[in-house]
Design a protein around this ligand. Structure first.
Ligand code: DGJ
Length: 700
């Protein structure tokens, strides 16, 4: 061990991160609330050396190493075929630092490895940690894992993780975390529906507005592993990394590997605040500043693969009449794509369906004053396609074994330049020759028998190139719904398709989970048919609209079969959404705890605190039709507020004789502190219904 000691204090706003360089590799010894300018000393963080073990207290380094006495999962694993077992012996060689960032170069001269470790607190108070490893020796180095370790305070006894399945993403899972280790491993080759690279750790019973919370997200759209180790050496910590398959990364002399960046947030006041920091970070990326987010009509659940000019142009007419601003032609427009068995890869307009090309429809849409968007699934190929017949070697499969298809398709090898070139030319050509404002970029199957590293970088590279060539075109990341929602792909896209389930009851849960990471305006949220095509449940338009407006709104139903009444009501929803859009898209999104687990409360507060919109959803029936008061935190305690309901149709009140007085009286004012301490009386709600309230500050 080196004997010189040094602490580096990084801070911004309410956050402090203290890094010790006492060991060979820097270690984060504190990550939490701002510590002020007081003097910090090493002794504050040195634990006693215990008997029966290594003769010093091993630090939890950012890249933990066995050589440094750490006996848990190491940060760096790899080998050379011409050497025996290899353990990393990285040591700091240079350090650069400011108040918000520190960069360390670490080297292991004997093993021929060099690492660059960078920590940075950005303007949104999100801590970013990134690492790059370089092979400086002559022989090849097989990298197995490069993990980053973040310490979590001992008081964080609970974990919140997310996952689910297709059409039910972002389910929240709470687990106790004491003397136990929990690992999330994703090998599906995309971010996945099943597991999310997102973990929050918090103090006992942490909630929406209370408790200390640490959040960690791995910005990566491929395979990953997050391990929450609550056992090793009594150092609670998270280890986050890309999950590599054996032999996936072999670094030749001079080559390097960059691990996905980790984004970490801390809050002393519950989950909502932690998520708001993730939101601020997402919003800080250039293309997510105040761009226009037009109301979309997506054709998928209206016509599926049944494309024809007459129907689609009439659909566009109906969409324009109700106030839609962008028409998105989904799957089914390209050569041979009459169902999901053929066509993927042949990105030319199908002449049998569109004898005059797409120009006529696009012109029609644009004459109506709408923008035009189109669907692609670039990384995929059907066996029944010209592309596969011509280039079977472009697909990721081993010719020695049986083919494994998913939705009848194979995955293209995105690491190949010729594949990317073909896709770039096909997509770019369509964008060059048509007036297209938006691409929905889908990815409908998992990867098997292949690593996802080069695949993921290949996709990022293609998106980046397209984005640079067509800077005004917006892209949506879709992967059978919400299978690719993460900060890795975020710099290249403008929107995420949150889920294939447009069922409002499912959405109440899916959106709640997705908003733990992404701000609402990036999450596509569509009003679909009364009877949902996946869950077969029926829901009122009011409920469908009340959940959908809290995202980037779209309509996804066949307007040509809608009744006149439905059309009038949809246009009313869209008109009111447009008025609320600045608040919904640029305000602070929050959630509130509620005593009844059948009641979900969330909302958005305007940046200037003048308006706060709150949604209360009853998911299921409960033991009582009374709903405990809805308490709203973070309003100005001394200011006065009025409350007004927003109805998107008949209110879904449970049987009652009288409603709360604030709903029936002309003027009813509550102060910010009353709303926080007492709350407002909630009317009785039917199951599967939402009630929306606008809380407005009284300007004296
Ligand atoms: C899956 C997407 O999530 C749907 O919205 C739709 O685009 C279909 N793919 C089309 O194949």
């Amino acid at each position: 061990m080196t004997t010189s000691t040094q602490l580096i204090h990084l801070y911004k706003g309410e956050l402090s991160v203290v890094v010790s360089t006492r060991g060979n590799v820097p270690a984060i010894v504190y990550w939490g609330s701002y510590l002020g300018e007081s003097q910090l000393s090493d002794a504050m963080f040195l634990r006693p050396v215990l008997g029966g073990g290594i003769d010093f207290d091993a630090p939890l380094a950012i890249i933990p190493q066995h050589h440094d006495g750490w006996l848990g999962i190491p940060g760096l694993e790899g080998f050379r075929t011409d050497a025996g077992a290899m353990f990393a012996h990285l040591q700091i060689s240079t350090t650069e630092k400011s108040n918000t960032a520190a960069t360390f170069v670490l080297a292991d001269k004997h093993a021929g490895l060099e690492a660059r470790l960078h920590l940075q607190i950005d303007a949104s108070e999100v801590l970013e940690v990134s690492a790059t490893l370089r092979n400086t020796a002559k022989t090849a180095y097989n990298l197995q894992a490069l993990r980053i370790a973040l310490p979590i305070a001992a008081s964080a006894n609970e974990l919140l993780t997310f996952g689910g399945r297709w059409a039910m993403e972002f389910g929240e899972h709470r687990t106790p975390w004491r003397d136990s280790t929990i690992s999330l491993t994703n090998l599906r080759g995309r971010t996945s529906h099943e597991k999310c690279p997102l973990v929050f750790a918090g103090t006992n019973g942490f909630g929406e507005q209370h408790g200390e919370v640490w959040g960690c997200h791995l910005g990566w759209s491929g395979n990953f592993e997050i391990i929450a180790d609550g056992v090793t050496e009594h150092h609670k910590h998270l280890l986050a990394s890309e999950r590599l398959v054996a032999g996936e990364i072999i670094l030749q002399h001079g080559e390097s590997y960059t691990a996905p960046t980790i984004y970490a947030v801390h809050s002393s006041n519950g989950l909502s605040k932690a998520s708001q920091q993730f939101h601020r970070f997402a919003r800080s990326l250039t293309q997510h500043r105040k761009i226009s987010r037009p109301v979309i009509l997506n054709t998928w659940e209206a016509v599926y693969f049944n494309h024809d000019f007459d129907t689609l142009s009439k659909l566009a007419d109906a969409a324009a009449r109700i106030g839609v601003e962008r028409f998105v032609l989904d799957d089914g427009w390209f050569t041979g794509r009459r169902n999901d068995k053929s066509g993927l890869g042949d990105w030319t307009v199908d002449k049998t369906i569109w004898p005059d090309g797409l120009g006529k429809l696009i012109q029609h849409v644009s004459n109506l004053g709408l923008e035009f968007g189109i669907w692609f699934e670039p990384e995929m190929v059907n066996l029944d396609s010209e592309l596969f017949r011509k280039h079977p070697d472009w697909a990721l499969h081993d010719v020695n074994y049986e083919l494994i298809t998913g939705r009848n398709q194979l995955v293209l090898d995105m690491s190949r330049e010729d594949v990317r070139e073909y896709l770039f030319a096909s997509i770019s050509n369509l964008l060059d020759t048509h007036d297209i404002a938006y691409i929905k970029w889908d990815h409908n199957r998992d990867l098997v028998s292949a690593g996802a590293h080069a695949q993921t970088l290949g996709t990022y590279e293609l998106l980046d190139r397209l984005k640079r060539k067509h800077p005004l075109v917006q892209f949506e990341s879709c992967a059978s719904g919400g299978g690719r929602i993460d900060f890795g792909i975020l710099p290249y896209v403008d929107r995420f398709w949150t889920s294939d389930s447009n069922d409002p009851l499912d959405r109440a849960f899916i959106a709640r989970g997705a908003k733990r990471l992404m701000p609402p305006e990036l999450l596509g949220s569509h009003i679909a048919s009364r009877t949902n095509h996946i869950t077969k449940r029926s829901h009122s338009l009011a409920f469908r609209a009340s959940t959908a407006i809290f995202g980037w709104l779209g309509i996804e139903l066949n307007l040509l079969t809608a009744t006149d009444d439905e059309l009038v009501r949809l246009s009313d929803v869209i008109a009111r959404y447009k008025i609320l859009r600045p608040l919904l898209h640029y305000g602070n999104s929050f959630t509130e705890d509620h005593s009844d687990t059948n009641i979900l409360v969330h909302g958005v507060s305007g940046a200037d605190n003048q308006q706060t919109i709150v949604s209360v959803t009853r998911t299921n029936s409960g033991n009582s039709n009374h709903i405990d008061s809805i308490r709203i935190s973070n309003l100005e305690p001394g200011s006065s507020y009025t409350l007004k309901p927003i109805y998107f149709g008949e209110p879904a009140f449970a049987p009652h004789r009288e409603l709360p007085q604030w709903l029936t009286k002309q003027s009813f004012v509550l102060t910010g502190s009353q709303l926080q301490q007492i709350g407002f009386i909630c009317p009785p709600l039917l199951p599967s219904s939402s009630f929306i309230v606008m809380i407005e500050k009284v300007v004296s």
